[in-house]
Design a protein around this ligand. Structure first.
Ligand code: LLP
Length: 424
């Protein structure tokens, strides 16, 4: 499976530009997540330029949940991105990275009133997941929207399908009409409308058809509730290839057709010229990083196991969804992959398997492995189970390497814990 530039393979060995990854690993040690700023820029540009070419009133709201490292948020801020934030914590992180409140859309679900108050105090636009959460409030930000569940959705796994009848998210169209009427009666003047129907789809036509259905929904709601929309947000979900045969999305085709349908529906329903928003997370950050780990042990008893320091604390999404990530030994690209092994971590769980029965070159202790597509939903979903320390993260940009997250130290594990006096 190919990595994007600046990652490259020379003489069977992995490099980033002209830097040997083996040298980087010697310097920083493992486990390590190594990001390329250029890949993030390219992914952002690819989405931005394609949509913007067909529709001027367009902006990207990067989904902070995919990767909330301050350096990555700052990089996106410099590119002009806004953000989708799902919690007070993500608001705090985005603000700490320099992103202004007016570039945020807050899409929480099932939260305490104080979390709403924090957003309202800072006039952050709120995207309500339900009408009940809206009725809890007396004050509002200038702009609000409701998250519509269009009744359909598609994600790579059922666990990451966020639209459709089995999904906990959003409201149906009839409820939305009442919700917007209610909001209008409370004096709110600026509205948006939002959906997010699933994550990691690689089906071009799906994005076009679900957006088209959503534009009809927006038109119907606008007519029935007698409101206009400042923005129409079609969410994220743009998938990336994780498997050898996965085909990347054709963003030009998707954007061209989404905008063609949008323009005709804006006309049909007299919707004016709302801003079109997308909320990509994975598409921007996913392929920007590799995770690097070391093989510490090899077992060949009942089955073959290569034991590494990359584990399910770092790659929770692998046991959680049975997600697939490509794995390579970084100095053996020229060697035939004839050894069938399970690549496992150092956690006391049998779900701690990064790769099940995959073919790799004959491994040796101290070999370095790279797990691909480690930029989205890896660091942000990481945890300290088994007392493991969250890994070091490094950003490569234009011949420089920057540590963007220190490795946890042992004290971090206990930092918020307290022993009551009577137990001392
Ligand atoms: N906007 C909203 C409101 C969302 O809930 C999500 C993701 C996104 C945008 C960004 O979706 P993306 O473009 O990254 O697909 N942990 C899972 C993914 C869960 C996505 C949940 N919502 C994984 O590891 O695959």
């Amino acid at each position: 499976m190919e990595l994007n530039k600046p990652f490259n393979i020379k003489n069977g060995e992995l490099f980033i530009d002209n830097y040997r990854i083996l040298d980087i690993v010697s310097k920083y040690n493992t486990p390590l997540i190594l990001y390329s700023a250029d890949i993030i820029r390219d992914n952002y540009d690819n989405l931005y330029k394609n949509f913007k070419e067909y529709y001027k009133n367009f902006s990207i709201k990067y989904a902070v949940k995919a990767n909330s490292n301050l350096a990555i948020l700052s990089l996106l801020n410099k590119l002009g991105s806004g953000v989708d934030v799902s919690s007070i914590g993500e608001i705090y992180l985005a603000k700490s990275a320099g992103i202004n409140y007016d570039k945020m859309l807050f899409s929480p679900n099932n939260i305490d009133i104080n979390e709403f108050k924090y957003a309202i105090k800072n006039n952050i636009a709120i995207n309500f997941d339900d009408i009940n959460q809206f009725t809890m409030l007396k004050k509002f930000p200038d702009k609000i929207s409701f998250r519509i569940n269009p009744g359909i959705g598609k994600g790579e796994f059922k666990e990451i399908t966020t639209g459709g009848r089995k999904s906990k998210f959003g409201i149906n169209v009839d409820t939305a009409i009442d919700a917007y009427k209610l909001a209008k009666s409370k004096g709110i003047k600026h509205f948006g409308i939002h959906m997010m129907a699933g994550s990691n789809s690689l089906n071009n036509e799906y994005f076009i058809s679900v957006a088209d259905k959503f534009f009809d929904i927006a038109g119907i709601i606008s007519k029935k509730a007698e409101i206009t929309f400042d923005f129409i947000d079609i969410g994220g979900g743009f998938g990336i290839p994780y498997r050898e045969n996965d085909k990347p999305l054709n963003i030009n085709h998707i954007s061209k057709n989404i905008i063609k349908n949008l323009k005709s529906k804006l006309n049909d329903y007299d919707l004016g010229n709302p801003e079109l928003n997308i909320e990509p997370g994975r598409y921007i950050a996913g392929n920007s990083a590799i995770a690097l780990g070391k093989i510490y042990n090899i077992k060949r008893y009942y089955d073959n196991f290569a034991g590494t320091d990359l584990n399910m604390d770092i790659f929770l999404r692998i046991p959680l969804y049975k997600a697939h990530h490509n794995i390579e030994i970084i100095n053996k690209f020229n060697i035939e992959k004839n050894f069938k092994a399970n690549i496992v971590g150092n956690i006391c769980e049998n779900t701690d398997k990064l790769g099940s029965n995959i073919y790799i070159p004959e491994p040796e202790i101290n070999d370095i492995i790279a797990v691909y597509n480690a930029g989205a939903y890896v660091s942000s979903m990481g945890n300290n189970y088994n007392g493991r320390l969250k890994p070091l993260e490094v950003l490569y940009d234009n011949n420089n390497f920057y540590v963007i997250r220190k490795r946890d130290n042992l004290k971090d594990l206990a930092i918020n814990m307290k022993i009551p006096d009577y137990l001392r």
